[in-house]
Design a protein around this ligand. Structure first.
Ligand SMILES: *Cc1c(COP(=O)(O)O)cnc(C)c1O
Length: 339
C-alpha cells in the first residue's frame, strides 16, 4: 500500500468535487463575469468579514500581490526567518516588489510583538530602509504546523497601528489553525489588512488561493494580479472546486490533525527518533539520530512504500491530508509499531 505523506498538496479532487466542478456556470473572469468565481470571492470575504476577495492561481502569487500592494521599492518587511514568503517564493519579495526582509528568529516560525517592535527602523533615520509591512504565517509551514495565539496577533496589530505598518497574513493553512484552535475567522478579518488562504492544500482543491482584504488595498490587487499573469478566463470550474471544499472539507481537517497526533506518538516509540516536534495540526516534524539503525528505519519506510519529506540535517516531515485514508493510517501505525 503506497502512502504519500510528503505534502497536503498531493490530494486529487474527489468524485463529488469533480462533479460539482463540471456543473459550474462560467464566464470570463478577466471581465469579472464568471459567476462561480464571483460567488467564491464573496463567500471567502464574508467568511472573514472583510470587504473583498480576489482569486489567485497560487498562494505564492496571492502573497506576492499582497506584498506589492503594501509596499514601495526600497522598503522593508518584517517576517520570521522560516517565512514562506522569504524562503519558498523564489525571491519574489525582491524580484516583484524591490523590498528587503528583516528576518526574526521566532519560535517555530512565530514571532512576538516585542520582536516586531524591536525590528522597526526609525522612519526619520533615512540611512535605513523604511519598514512598511509585517508578514505573519499561520499555521507555520517550516515551523511544523504551529498556530499563533490570538493575543500575540492582537499585540502585533497594536505595534503595527502605532508605527503605521501594514499587516499581512500568509494563511495558506489558516483553515487548519481555525479548526485546531477554534478561533474565529472574523476576528482574523479584523486584525489583518490582507489574508491569503490556499484551497489546494488541506482543502483538496486542484488549485487556487484567495486574497482577502480591505477595499482600499484590494483595488490595487487586481492590477498586480494582471501584471503577474494571473488574470484567467473561464475559471469557474476551478473556483467551483474551492466552493465545494469550503462547504465540505473544512471540518474534516480535525481528522488529519488526530491522525498526525497518532503518528507522532508512534514515531516517539522508535528508538532512533531523537525528537518529535509537538504536533499542533497536520504537520509532523521529527529528527532521527545518526546511527545505522536510523538508516535502516528510512529504508524500512521506503521498502514499505511510505514516502515522506527530507528537510535536511536529519529532519524529516510527514503531512496528513484528505487522500491519507483510515486504511493507510492503520497500516502505517502498524508499520511503525513493528519496526
Ligand atoms: C504552500 C504555501 C504557500 C503557497 O504555495 P503555492 O504552492 O504557491 O500555492 C504559501 N505559504 C505557505 C506557508 C505555504 O505553505
Amino acid at each position: 500500500m503506497k502512502i504519500d505523506l510528503r505534502s497536503d498538496t498531493l490530494t486529487k479532487p474527489t468524485p463529488a468535487m469533480l462533479e460539482y466542478m463540471m456543473q459550474a456556470e462560467v464566464g470570463d473572469d478577466v471581465y469579472k463575469e464568471d459567476p462561480t468565481v464571483n460567488a467564491l470571492e464573496t463567500k471567502v470575504a464574508a467568511y472573514f468579514g472583510m470587504d473583498t476577495a480576489l482569486y489567485f492561481p497560487t498562494g505564492t502569487m496571492a502573497n506576492q500581490a499582497a506584498i506589492k500592494i503594501h509596499t514601495q521599492p526600497g522598503e522593508q518587511l518584517i517576517a520570521d526567518a522560516y517565512a514562506h514568503v522569504y524562503n519558498y517564493e523564489g525571491g519574489g519579495v525582491s524580484f516583484n516588489s524591490g523590498v528587503s526582509c528583516k528576518l526574526l528568529s521566532g519560535t517555530r516560525g512565530k514571532i512576538t510583538a516585542a520582536q516586531v517592535a524591536g525590528a522597526i527602523n526609525p522612519p526619520d533615520f533615512y540611512h535605513s530602509p523604511l519598514t512598511s509591512l509585517v508578514c505573519l504565517e499561520n499555521t507555520t509551514n517550516k515551523g511544523g504546523g504551529a498556530c499563533y495565539d490570538l493575543e500575540e496577533i492582537k499585540a502585533i496589530r497594536e505595534v503595527c497601528n502605532t508605527h503605521e505598518l501594514g499587516l499581512h497574513l500568509d494563511g495558506a493553512r489558516l483553515w487548519n489553525a481555525l479548526v485546531a484552535t477554534k478561533q474565529s475567522p472574523k476576528e482574523y478579518g479584523q486584525l489583518f489588512d490582507t489574508i491569503s488562504v490556499c484551497l489546494s492544500k488541506g482543502l483538496g482543491a486542484p488549485m487556487g488561493s484567495v486574497l482577502v482584504g480591505k477595499q482600499s488595498l484590494m483595488n490595487k490587487a487586481i492590477r498586480v494580479r494582471k501584471v503577474l499573469g494571473g488574470g484567467m478566463r473561464q475559471l469557474g470550474y476551478m473556483a467551483a472546486a474551492g466552493l465545494y471544499a469550503l462547504e465540505h472539507h473544512i471540518e474534516r481537517l480535525e481528522e488529519d490533525h488526530e491522525r498526525a497526533l497518532a503518528l507522532a506518538a508512534g514515531l516517539f516509540q522508535i528508538d532512533c527518533v531523537a525528537h518529535v516536534e509537538e504536533v499542533a495540526t497536520n504537520i509532523i516534524i521529527f529528527q532521527i539520530d545518526e546511527t545505522p539503525r536510523a538508516i535502516s528505519f528510512l529504508e524500512y519506510l521506503k521498502s514499505n512504500e511510505v514516502i515522506i519529506s527530507d528537510m535536511g540535517q536529519g529532519k524529516l516531515r510527514m503531512v496528513t491530508h484528505y487522500d491519507y485514508t483510515q486504511a493507510q493510517h492503520e497500516h502505517l501505525l502498524q508499520l511503525l509499531s513493528s519496526f
